[in-house]
Design a protein around this ligand. Structure first.
Ligand code: DNO
Length: 395
């Protein structure tokens, strides 16, 4: 498998030399400065690829080989093939990427918000901090800050009581922080930052979109873009919902094996693949990650290795754990992936990246990108690499 690393461009506090020292060879990047729907030009992609692929004297080479992500515009999620111009723009961005010899493209189809958490610096007993999704804090946001119509019906009385208590104890600063964390579009998000007012407007725009319709729109999107991907030799990799369940009363259609199977049945193209993210899928106890990796092996073209750990008293809440110590059977997953990787030729080797590292050691003293610290991801990559070496030797 190829060791990759997500890099956010020239302003990323993690340098390309840091990535070299972590041992990665492949860079995962995107033109994050462009808004969803803005078409990527070949020149803009070439400029960034040149920045990454130009190896300074005496340095080991890196290559930008994965785009994560080309944002799927909101109107495509709401209208499907009815958003013809937006789909054509997405294909133009795909062509710009492929013409720069980048042949793996990640995307997602989560409506309104991308990955969602309630805390970005949750304290751990070691003094490190991690990302967290706290269901009671999330319910407090929905019920008392967003005041989503219909939210009351989505929570049992016990949760509502806990959410009320959480909200009553919050200062204005706590409320502002929670709004920032949930609505500001976290790093790498493919949706736009929202005000509370803007959030409410978006939810109204989706009020007629249920899971059946959203899935149909995703299928229509794939029917439109996979022919271009096939022609360009690009593998499209759908990132799972994070967390893998409905939020804000909105449908999510990439949360488990059945969701992915429905897409592959509808659009069997070999370009229609999966970004196998253990941290996203692993949040659900009913997702058997080893079985999913084995079942979809031939369609896995990009992997995020991360572990989350569900709260014992409320499995809807979770923290981002150490890469080998969460609810994910990481050794089992890596064994399944290596089995598939052995069948691939050099070009098809599966790239993985260490996802979301803790904020720890020296990173606690500096500004870091939430979830994308240097030392926490370095630790994760080192641990994952060790498991891979052992599995390769012993199997
Ligand atoms: C979060 C990331 C996501 C992912 C997009 C893929 O850390 O896994 O933002 O990049 O959802 O399109």
């Amino acid at each position: 498998m190829k060791q990759a690393w997500r890099w956010f461009g020239p302003h990323d506090p993690v340098s390309l030399d840091d990535v070299r020292q972590a041992g990665a060879t492949d860079i995962v990047n995107a033109l994050h400065q462009l808004k969803p729907g803005e078409v990527w030009t070949e020149a803009a992609v070439a400029e960034r690829k040149n920045l990454i692929d130009t190896t300074p004297a005496g340095r080991t080479p890196l290559t930008w080989s994965i785009v994560e992500s080309i944002p799927v515009p909101d109107d495509v999620k709401r209208l499907g093939k009815g958003a013809k111009a937006s789909i054509e723009g997405w294909i133009a961005s795909l062509e710009a990427v492929a013409r720069n010899d980048i042949k793996t493209v990640c995307y997602n189809f989560m409506p309104v918000v991308d990955w969602t958490r309630t805390d970005l610096d949750y304290p751990l007993p070691t003094g490190a901090t991690c990302l967290r999704f706290d269901q009671d804090r999330f319910a407090a946001f929905e019920l008392h800050i967003l005041k989503r119509p219909g939210a009351e019906a989505d929570y049992d009385d016990a949760t509502k009581a806990r959410a009320d208590a959480v909200f009553e104890a919050m200062s204005q600063e706590d409320i502002d922080y929670l709004i920032m964390v949930i609505a500001s579009a976290l790093p790498g998000s493919t949706t736009e930052p929202l005000t509370i007012e803007g959030f409410r407007e978006k939810l109204i725009a989706y009020r007629m979109i249920d899971a059946k319709i959203l899935r149909q729109h995703l299928i229509e999107f794939l029917e439109a873009v996979t022919p271009a991907a096939e022609k360009l030799g690009v593998k499209l990799t759908l990132h799972p919902d994070d967390p893998p369940r409905s939020l804000f009363g909105l449908p999510r259609v990439a949360s488990n094996a059945a969701d992915y199977q429905a897409l592959f049945d509808a659009v069997p193209s070999a370009s229609n693949g999966i970004c196998f993210c253990t941290g996203s899928l692993g949040v659900r106890p009913d997702n058997d990650l080893v079985a999913i990796a084995q079942h979809f092996a031939s369609r896995i073209h990009f992997v995020h290795l991360r572990a989350t750990k569900r709260d014992l008293d409320n499995p809807l809440s979770f923290i981002e754990a150490d890469h080998l110590d969460g609810d994910v059977d990481m050794v089992g997953v890596i064994s399944a992936l290596i089995q598939e990787d052995r069948k691939r030729d050099a070009k098809g080797k599966i790239p993985f990246r260490p996802d979301h590292g803790h904020r720890m050691l020296d990173d606690l003293k500096k500004k870091t990108t939430p979830g994308y610290t240097a030392i926490g991801r370095l630790k994760g990559l080192g641990e994952l690499r060790g498991v891979m070496r052992a599995v390769e030797r012993l199997t």
